[in-house]
Ligand binder design. Structure first.
Ligand code: CA2
Length: 146
């Protein structure tokens, strides 16, 4: 059992657009809805959530590094960085916090370049294609592993 009863929720590039465009792909919930849902589920299980969204890779890396101080784990939807970023992988493995990788859409039903994730083999939990409810599932599955 960890002493840090907090999770870091990370949403990567373009996820600030949730609920404003491409509802057929990403649904109608906004980023604020996602952050609220995630916090509600985590709080029901005794965990606080600190949420960050950024379109800048370095900002995400800094937030992941800072999580070392007070978080038990990370729930992350890295957006398109999933398919490109060794840097993000290195940050997540570097802090040695268990993390859940979340994708709203079913990346395996989309373009082939979305089938590869730089995180998949180091993630403790992967939730793919369950819409925004996947964030809640990720919280539950991650906390169950603590
Ligand atoms: O399905 C997911 O959650 C993704 O991580 C979303 C990324 C995409 O690059 C990944 O392959 C799968 C894209 C995030 C962009 O989000 C938007 C939301 C609403 C409108 C436009 C973009």
């Amino acid at each position: 059992m960890t002493t840090n009863a907090r999770l870091l929720l990370v949403n990567g590039p373009n996820l600030n657009l949730l609920g404003t465009r491409e509802p057929e792909m990403y649904g109608t919930s906004t980023l604020a809805d996602v952050e609220r849902l995630t916090a509600e589920v985590a709080e029901s299980l005794g965990y606080q959530v600190r949420a960050i969204q950024s379109n800048h890779e370095g900002v995400l890396i800094d937030a992941i590094h800072e999580a070392r101080a007070d978080c038990a784990g990370i729930v992350i939807n890295p957006g398109g960085l999933t398919h490109t970023s060794v840097v993000l992988r290195d940050a997540l493995t570097g802090v040695s916090l268990p993390f859940a990788e979340v994708h709203i859409s079913d990346v395996y039903a989309r373009e082939e370049f979305r089938h590869h994730s730089y995180l998949h083999d180091v993630a403790a939990v992967r939730v793919i294609g369950r819409g925004v409810d996947g964030y809640a599932d990720a919280v539950r599955e991650l906390i169950a592993r603590f």
